[in-house]
Design a protein around this ligand. Structure first.
Ligand SMILES: [Zn+2]
Ligand SMILES: [Zn+2]
Length: 102
């Protein structure tokens, strides 16, 4: 189950569970869309993978208690701003490889 982390790891922008601009890698490293498209160039600084939009966990109990109230989002942030120059160097060899080929 996704933790639904509360904010962007790079810029600390709030990313509540229904944020339309939350992006995650397969390890759930969590960033905002502006950071993914900008400084990260769709390369996760932790694993080198690509990003996808994070699904929104339903706020209402539509079925079988599978909703935010029963499975709340994580509240403790992960804040590890990237060194833009170091990331550019890391991403240079990766950014032009499609995520499904990495
Ligand atoms: Zn951000
Ligand atoms: Zn990652």
């Amino acid at each position: 189950m996704l933790e639904c982390r509360p904010s962007c790891e790079n810029c600390d922008k709030a990313l509540p569970p229904n944020a339309p601009d939350a992006r995650i890698c397969s390890f759930e490293c969590t960033f905002c869309a502006a950071c993914v498209d900008g400084v990260l160039a769709n390369v996760c600084p932790n694993c080198g993978g690509g990003f996808a939009p994070r699904p929104v966990r339903p706020a209402r109990n539509w079925k079988n208690d599978n909703f935010l109230g029963n499975h709340p989002a994580r509240t403790r942030p992960v804040y590890k701003p990237v060194d833009a120059a170091a990331h550019a160097e890391f991403a240079a060899a990766i950014r032009n490889i499609a995520p499904e080929e990495r």
